[in-house]
Design a protein around this ligand. Structure first.
Ligand SMILES: NC(=O)CC[C@H](N)C(=O)O
Length: 303
């Protein structure tokens, strides 16, 4: 497996030439578009990594999985799904227009930005920092790495430029879907800036693959919620490329515009991938290709 991973990374690294960095968050445009790394952690405790695995990058949209788990732990399914739906959109992750078209103000799912803002507003705690610490604590528990922190440069970069998210938060406030615009945005920008490496993502994926049990054997997420979020990862995790990814990779996965992908093969392994050049839908172009290739070679599709 180790040799195979190294060969695959070098084969797919070139695909990065066809992608583009997420320059709408200026700090993310400083990444090297040809970086590519992968880490795998299996249920048997084996760990493999290849390529630029030690590089750190920010969770971005991958954090939506974590906040969804926390919001569900805090409020239960009835409350959370009264404010955000369960259906894929077929639209870009930052689209606004459907908020006005169907059940007004209720985002279609928690994996798009509008839905994730609603979910962030539901995270319990007295201050933004307390709420952020709860998000960080769950990420650290899932990855079994107490050292995970925020990348403050990326946080400030998005905070200064995230006008579309600000517009969406105000729109959601108008419909009573979030309580407070500023604290919701603060938490959202910070959760997106949590810095990890491929190994952390692989361990987080393993935790989901083991129904909420992390690599040390600790149940850090209720079993039922680990199942629920993996289902969202299949239907909505790769934005409006989720259908194609389900066909060609068939692995529950969640991507972020930093180029990270958290993938989880139930009962088998967690996979973390990083390749910052993105395709037109905002997924890591080389990372998606690598995961599809890996799935084909090792028969990892869940379908
Ligand atoms: N797709 C993403 O990763 C989006 C996350 C990014 N922080 C944003 O809100 O635009």
């Amino acid at each position: 497996m180790q040799t195979m991973l190294e060969e695959m990374v070098e084969k797919y690294r070139e695909v990065g030439h066809q992608g583009k960095l997420a320059d709408y968050i200026p700090e993310l445009a400083k990444q090297d578009p040809l970086s590519l790394g992968i880490a795998i952690r299996t249920v048997d405790g084996e760990e493999y990594s290849a390529g630029d695995c030690p590089l750190t990058f920010t969770l971005q949209s991958i954090s939506k999985v974590i906040t969804l788990i926390l919001a569900l732990m805090d409020h239960g399914e009835d409350v959370v799904f009264s404010r955000v739906g369960m259906e894929p959109t077929g639209d870009p992750f930052n689209a606004i227009y459907k908020l006005e078209m169907y059940s007004p103000g209720k985002p279609l799912n928690p994996m798009i930005n509008a839905g994730a803002l609603v979910v962030s507003s539901l995270i319990g705690g007295n201050t933004v920092d307390q709420r952020l610490q709860r998000v960080l604590a769950l990420v650290r528990d899932m990855a079994d790495n107490p050292k995970i922190e925020i990348n403050t440069a990326v946080y400030h970069s998005e905070r200064a430029t995230g006008h579309r998210n600000r517009a969406m938060a105000h729109f959601l406030k108008e419909f009573g879907m979030i309580d407070d615009v500023e604290s919701t945005l603060e938490l959202y920008f910070q959760q997106c800036s949590i810095a990890v490496n491929c190994r952390d993502l692989a361990r987080m994926g393993l935790c989901l693959a083991q129904y909420g049990v992390n690599q040390s054997g600790k149940q850090v997420i209720p079993q039922e919620l680990a199942r629920l979020v993996k289902t969202f990862m299949v239907t909505c995790g790769m934005y409006n490329a989720s259908g194609e990814f389900a066909i060609y990779a068939g692995i529950p996965a969640k991507s972020g515009v930093s180029g990270g992908i958290l993938a989880s093969v139930p009962d088998k392994m967690g996979i973390g991938v990083f390749g910052p050049a993105l395709d037109e839908k905002g997924n890591s172009i080389a990372g998606s290709a690598l995961l599809k290739g890996l799935s084909r070679s090792y028969n990892l599709s869940i379908f």
